[in-house]
Design a protein around this ligand. Structure first.
Ligand SMILES: C[S@@+](CC[C@H](N)C(=O)[O-])C[C@H]1O[C@@H](n2cnc3c(N)ncnc32)[C@H](O)[C@@H]1O
Length: 376
């Protein structure tokens, strides 16, 4: 978005991006902190910057540390029980040095503000790296951590442009167990320069079809390209969020192996965009809030996905609640939409339930399964 993001005041759109990072991490961190089967938690911010903008607004590293503390230091005591590390990578060594100072200052003022007399629980496990990302991601020691299935990993890749997260990197992220990631990409740029080699070397733009009449959708199309790189036999969840700034579209792409990871990403995205859970720019041209026909419950995205769920239930492709809830996640809607559809179909005598019906739509991996039968 900006040439050197830390040298000016963060723009509204950068603040939105940072807010999404914060909310995603806020949702993610306690899940693993309180999971007794998880030994380690490793947080990587591979394009860390110097820690703040010219006005002192927190950049991603300070946001992550602040969230790991939680409100009123709620997580600090619990954090002693686990091996938790933060790795901040920044290729610009001057910025890396500033980051180190900013983090030391943050920890000092955190201790003062919270009348904390102990050593900060995180302080000894903050690592500063000054590598080019592509070099770092190839390091054996990093790959070993990524492959460790006893530890949870949260990865932020706030790159400039698009060149850092290519197919190889994406594959590494998707194949790392217990790893959730978010990366930023300048989607308009990928679209605008799709025919030049510098773009084609990183992303196979020949397999991406843009709808020229719908420029707002370019990030969605690019997210779908990344999704197409994942084997169909793998249960994996990818989500995305478009950020419009002027005439340009940027975006975030989120990945998780777990339904709960996707539930959490979706919660954050739908909180930002109640119409489609997908953008800051009314991506489907729904009625604007405050206008006569605005109806938050009947937006284009919700209508489309509702119809798809009905079709799949009536054609017996969805035969139980768990596959229906997962389908709804895959279509990037909150799973409660599936419950609404099932209730409507029961009321209209189109389906009956085999087993015990429930309205649960959160923590899908723990929900009791019931079957769905079509009434002829
Ligand atoms: C968008 S900024 C990150 C901002 C940061 N997340 C924040 O919230 O303040 C991207 C950062 O990546 C750094 N960078 C650029 N190329 C890099 C590379 N190949 N490897 C690592 N860092 C890089 C830049 O110096 C810049 O500070």
């Amino acid at each position: 978005m900006a040439r050197d993001i830390n040298k000016e005041k963060f723009s509204e759109e950068t603040m939105l991006k940072l807010n999404i990072f914060a909310e995603c991490f806020r949702e993610w961190y306690p899940v693993f902190l309180h999971n007794p089967y998880i030994k380690g938690i490793h947080i990587f911010d591979f394009f860390a910057g110097n820690g703040c903008d010219v006005e002192g607004n927190y950049g991603s590293p300070l946001i992550l540390l602040n969230e790991a503390k939680g409100e009123n230091r709620v997580y600090c005591d619990k954090a002693y029980d686990k091996n938790i590390s933060f790795t901040f990578n920044e290729v610009d060594i001057e910025k890396l040095t500033q980051l180190n100072t900013n983090i030391d200052n943050y920890i000092e003022s955190c201790k003062k503000n919270n009348a904390c007399h102990e050593k900060c629980v995180y302080q000894n496990d903050i690592y500063y790296k000054g590598y080019k990302f592509k070099e770092l991601i190839g390091h054996d020691s990093l790959l070993k951590v990524l492959q460790d299935s006893t530890s949870a990993k949260f990865i932020l890749l706030d790159q400039y442009g698009f060149k850092e997260v290519n197919n190889d990197v994406f594959e590494k992220l998707v194949n790392a167990p217990k790893t959730d990631f978010i990366f930023f990409i300048s989607s308009s740029f990928v679209k605008r320069f799709k025919d030049i080699d510098v773009v084609k070397n990183y992303i196979d733009t020949t397999s991406i079809e843009y709808n020229e009449k719908k420029p707002k959708e370019c990030h969605r199309v690019i997210a779908n390209y990344f999704e197409s790189l994942i084997s169909e036999t793998k249960e994996y969840y990818l989500n995305h969020f478009t950020i419009q700034k002027g005439k340009n579209y940027y975006g975030l792409i989120f990945g998780s192996h777990h339904t709960l990871g996707m539930e959490k990403f979706l919660k954050v995205c739908w909180k930002q965009d109640v119409r489609a859970g997908e953008s800051n720019c009314n991506i489907n041209d729904d009625y604007e809030e405050g206008t006569l026909f605005y109806n938050e419950n009947d937006t284009l995205k919700k209508k489309q996905v509702k119809e798809e769920i009905i079709c799949r239930i009536l054609s017996k492709e969805i035969k139980d609640n768990i596959s229906g809830l997962k389908f709804t996640l895959k279509r990037r809607c909150l799973p409660k939409l599936f419950v609404e559809v099932v209730e409507e179909l029961i009321e209209n005598h189109k389906i009956s339930i085999i087993g015990k019906f429930n309205r649960q739509a959160y923590n899908i991996h723990k929900i009791p399964q019931y079957g769905i039968e079509i009434i002829k």
